[in-house]
Design a protein around this ligand. Structure first.
Ligand code: PLP
Length: 435
């Protein structure tokens, strides 16, 4: 059995991209069968990645410091997943911090200092963020988000101050632009200045929603991006590129090179400067696939407007679904829909909302997953397939509505029979007593 991620009734998690253009790019990459361990091992593999990452970075409106085509040492690299990006940056942050502290005090004990490093994110961040702390051996504090699911500046400031007072060292912060549960956006303009003040690395996990920044109308949600040290979106989520293609940019490629450069004679390459990156220092593995071909074929086939149309039409479909839910007074939408995600629950409570989701999942006609918002259980409905139409959304809504009708009717009958049974028991007891 396989779960059909590209069915119009697949509304779980977040989308995974596909398109004929991406399939062709993937086939080309697989067909060429190169492994870009160094520039020499496959120059095109490195150079097309530089080019496509510049195109996409510009399309997203990233500050020029992140782009290889600008002066400076910034640039983009394709990782396998957002999880890898978060971990790579955590390890680089650790290395950068210890170098800084050693430059201030060469006598410090590296091992005893590193165990004082702390990473922070919100309690709404993806599981992969917590996991990066486990893999990277850094204490990870998941700070309480505000009722809208956002990590606020004052919360981070307080955590930093408390930890510093206890002899710990704030090192790494992961901000979310589009949390997995409810697609909440942390205010980078609040978090950024705090990270800057304390020399903590700011990584931005925009795995799903970051793709929307190709549309200028959403860029206000990344206000403060200039404070970030690194930024990652999964082009394989919402940009029609097949898994795996997680696009990550850093302001300073030397932060990665300093942390991960391990030399061997057999890896000797042309001594290129940072503008022709030796990408093996920018990632965990040595080997790397020719992933940029998928990005290239997609960007060439769709163009900027084609990709923007895709994002806007999916947001429009989510809005259409939200209107259908809103018109049914048994439901409540919470929080406000964001991007292609609509979260909703039954007014009657968590138990019945969970039951509704379980029943729908069991029937296998529609697939959604749950989350929580303000302590309540919610159902997440995401527009995922690129083939989804307005009619498909209406089919999904009908499935949800019909199941709700059945469930509520069942609950009423069930409640009525329980009440009748209780009354019967009461009557029997009274008869017994009067005997
Ligand atoms: N970050 C966010 C916000 C996500 O939604 C997800 C997955 O849905 C991830 C990270 C993990 O992505 P990946 O599977 O590429 O590691």
């Amino acid at each position: 059995m396989t779960t059909r991620w590209h069915s119009p009734q697949f509304h779980a998690y977040y989308p995974t991209g596909t398109s004929f253009a991406s399939i062709i790019g993937g086939l080309l990459g697989d067909g060429l069968g190169v492994v870009g361990i160094t520039w020499m091992a496959s120059p095109a593999c490195t150079e097309l990645e530089v080019v496509t990452m510049n195109w996409l970075g510009q399309l997203l409106g990233l500050p020029k410091e992140f782009l290889n085509c600008s002066p400076g040492s910034g640039g983009g690299v394709i990782q396998g997943s957002a999880s890898e990006a978060t971990l790579v940056c955590l390890l680089a942050a650790k290395d950068k911090m210890i170098r800084r502290l050693k430059s201030l005090n060469p006598d410090i004990d590296e091992d005893l200092t590193k165990i004082k490093f702390v990473a922070y994110s919100s309690d709404q961040s993806n599981s992969s963020v917590e996991k990066s702390g486990l893999l990277g051996s850094m204490k990870m504090k998941l700070l309480k988000a505000d009722p809208s699911g956002r990590l606020r500046g004052h919360t981070l400031q307080k955590a930093f101050e408390e930890d510093i007072a206890n002899g710990l060292i704030p090192c790494y912060v992961v901000a979310n632009l589009g949390t997995t549960g409810t697609c909440a956006f942390d205010p980078l303009d609040e978090l950024g200045p705090i990270c800057q003040k304390y020399n903590a690395w700011l990584h931005v996990d925009a795995a799903y929603a970051g793709a929307a920044f190709i549309c200028p109308e959403y860029r206000h949600l990344m206000k403060g991006i200039e404070y970030a040290d690194s930024f990652d979106i999964n082009a394989h989520k919402w940009l029609l590129v097949l898994f795996d293609c997680s696009t990550m940019w850093v302001k300073d490629g030397y932060d990665l090179i300093n942390a991960f450069d391990v030399q061997r004679i057999y890896l000797e390459d042309v001594k290129a400067e940072i503008k022709i990156p030796d990408y093996r220092h920018w990632q965990m593995p040595l080997g790397r696939r020719f992933r940029s071909l998928k990005l290239w074929t997609v960007m060439k086939s769709y163009g900027a407007e084609g990709l923007r149309n895709h994002i806007r039409s999916q947001v429009g479909l989510a809005q259409h679904f939200a209107n259908l839910v809103q018109a049914d007074d048994r439901f409540i939408i919470e929080p406000e829909p964001a991007m292609g995600l609509v979260c909703f629950r039954l007014i009657e409570g968590d138990k019945i909302t969970k039951k509704l989701l379980n029943n729908l999942t069991e029937k296998k006609k529609i697939f959604m997953v749950g989350a929580s918002c303000k302590g309540r259980f919610i159902i997440r409905m995401v527009i995922c397939s690129q083939f989804t139409t307005k009619e498909d959304v209406e089919v999904s809504w009908k499935l949800i509505k019909d199941e709700t009708d059945t469930l509520i009717t069942y609950e009423k009958v069930h409640m009525k029979s329980i009440t009748t049974m209780n009354e019967n028991i009461k009557n029997i007891n009274m008869c017994e007593k009067s005997k």
